[in-house]
Write a protein that binds this ligand. Structure first.
Ligand SMILES: NC(=O)c1ccc[n+]([C@@H]2O[C@H](COP(=O)([O-])OP(=O)(O)OC[C@H]3O[C@@H](n4cnc5c(N)ncnc54)[C@H](O)[C@@H]3O)[C@@H](O)[C@H]2O)c1
Length: 268
């Protein structure tokens, strides 16, 4: 089966009727998660700073989906998202904190203001959305889930990713601490750390193509096996494990960081 192949159309609708909010759901990994959840019967709220794409994605998912503009860096916008979810559904069963931006600045290119601006989106954004939606999650059904999309850069160090890696690392431990706080209520909190995934985020800064198409990427990551599975991932490679962590099957899995990276983090 090709890596992008959707699951069988006969898949059991294992999220039937559940309300799922996916930030950054208009494209890339978030869109693939939104599509998978919708196929499993969830009412998906596609929440994205790109309003037109959020509406476009929701329309493609069907009448159960809602497109909603949100800027996770802006408190008023996040409050408006919570109001929209409340008005439409009155509860939230699943929150996927996926929205983020790439930042490829190392220490010498970093001002404190730049660092804070990246953290405001990539770190505080997820925490802001979680706090705003928690009252609605508390009104959710039996299988309430919070899933934070982090990165292997949140558990390993790399060059030129100071603010990005710091933010993702903070969300790793936010996940563990939140799982401890919400465990008594039966709310499951996990993180998923993708490796190299073929999305717009992986485009080269000059727009000339994708990182995985460069000679150095092919040489190091594919030919020399720095990615043991010998290919970059697709959004669908992430959507499956994300679905698992938000499904009934993950009911006794909490505070965990699942690395979905083709094995990158297992090599040295
Ligand atoms: N692509 C990769 O290789 C990779 C690797 C590790 C982790 N990740 C993580 O996966 C997640 C999704 O990444 P992607 O590759 O799909 O990226 P992407 O750039 O394709 O999509 C990100 C989405 O987030 C939205 N967004 C950006 N800023 C926002 C804001 N302030 N408020 C609301 N929405 C906003 C964008 O409009 C876009 O739809 C991110 O958290 C990213 O850090 C990606």
């Amino acid at each position: 089966m090709p890596p992008d192949a959707p699951p069988s159309p006969h898949a059991a609708r294992r999220l039937e009727g559940r309300v799922a909010v996916v930030t950054g759901g208009a494209r890339g990994i978030g869109l693939s998660i939104a599509e998978r959840f919708a196929r499993e019967g969830a009412h998906v709220v596609v929440a994205d700073i790109d309003e037109a794409e959020a509406h476009h994605a929701a329309a493609a998912l069907g009448p159960q989906a809602l497109g909603q503009r949100v800027d996770i860096a802006a408190a008023a916008s996040v409050a408006a998202l919570a109001r929209a979810v409340d008005e439409r559904h009155g509860r939230c069963d699943i929150l996927v904190n996926n929205a983020a931006i790439l930042d490829a600045a190392g220490i010498d290119a970093m001002s404190f203001e730049h660092y804070r601006a990246v953290l405001d989106i990539n770190q505080d954004g997820a925490i802001r959305v979680t706090l705003a939606l928690l009252p609605l999650i508390r009104k959710g059904g039996e299988a309430r889930r919070i899933l934070n999309i982090v990165s292997i850069q949140g558990v390993r160090g790399t060059r030129d990713s100071l603010a990005y890696a710091t933010a993702k690392g903070a969300l790793v431990n936010f996940t563990r601490a939140l799982a401890c706080d919400l465990g008594a209520e039966g709310i499951v909190v996990n993180a998923l750390a993708p490796g190299f995934i073929d999305t717009r985020m992986a485009q080269l800064p000059d727009g000339s193509g994708h990182e995985h198409e460069t000679d150095w990427f092919r040489d190091i990551y594919i030919r020399h096996g720095r990615i043991p599975l010998r290919r970059p991932g697709t959004p669908a490679d992430i959507a499956g494990p994300a679905f698992f962590l938000c499904s009934d099957d993950a009911r006794y899995v909490t505070g965990q960081i699942l690395l979905v990276d083709g094995g990158v983090s297992s090599t040295f």
